[in-house]
Design a protein around this ligand. Sequence first.
Ligand code: NAP
Length: 333
Amino acid sequence: MEKLKPYHTFGLDVSADGISFLEKTEDCISFLRHRNPKLLLGCGSDVLFTENFSGQIGIMRTAGVDICEDQECYHVRASAGEIWHKLVASLTYQGIAGLENLALIPGTCGAAPVQNIGAYGREFSDFCEYVEAVDASGSVVRFAPAECAFGYRFSRFKGEWRDRLVITAIGLRLPKRWKPVLDYGPLRSLQTVSDLKPVDLLEHIVEIRRARIPDPAVLGNAGSFFQNPVVDEPCCQRLREEFPDVPAFSLGNGSFKVPAGWLIDRAGLKGFRYHNAGVYDKQALILVNYGGAEPADLMELARHVAGCVYDRFGVRLHPEVRIFGKTGEISLD
Ligand code: NAP
């Protein structure tokens, strides 16, 4: 058995039968040919292990960033093992702008398309030129954005293609003409800043996120634990009548996104603690390991949170974090 503690951000004492580090495309192909169960990790920032994993863990470590340009755009190719935030920061400081709103989202570049990471009104798919992946036969496939079926924190890599491919690289297209997106509440103060530079926006976002998201090296966590629930119009109407200050954002198709963090907070759970696990007191959407938490503590806590939110608001929360038991992915229920 090999210890998984250094390879996932919840910092739990769990192990796996084996760990392999994927440094080149051939390693990715060999990994795909491994018998099940197997699980590919980037930074391990989106997983909760409930017990020791009876299978092989692959850790994406491919490296390399290439940049070229034409008159209108920069074209950036990043290997899947590159750390997303490092790429965002390095490009912004080099004067290649566009990705600032996506600063400090944890994880690797290869993980970015899987759930179409997004923040403050921007998402990965706004910049995606292609996603490259290999399958178990060794074929390298390049997918155009339309083939990836990107949605809100969703893509085919998370859906029907899950576990069949390993993403090896991403291609980004970043227009040279910079148009900052400053519509989200915490960014509006920048709308009146004259001569705003991409670096100013990057640093503003890093500051906001650092204040709200605990550093996993200090406090184990996996970022947002739950997805923001999407409710239909009658449900949204009912919530608005009962809780007039509920923030609900129209998705334009008759459904509404309700911030899960608000629901958890208003269910009175911000700062709630269960054994050595808890609801983070600065951001209710994050569950934390205060040190020495058992996987069962986090599972119990997550069930309690989802149960309280349902009892109070009649809205079901679903984990954003992927939960793994001994032989594979499991649900929270
Ligand atoms: P927040 O600013 O407290 O906002 C809570 C939620 O309300 C967000 O999820 C956001 O939806 C929504 N929201 C706020 N203003 C909005 C507007 N003007 N129009 C539409 N929706 C609006 O969120 P937070 O938890 O601190 O997170 C900050 C940002 O980081 C959010 O955009 C969040 O989605 C993002 N984030 C992304 C990931 C990921 O990609 N895996 C993980 C953690 C956080 P949206 O989710 O659509 O932005």
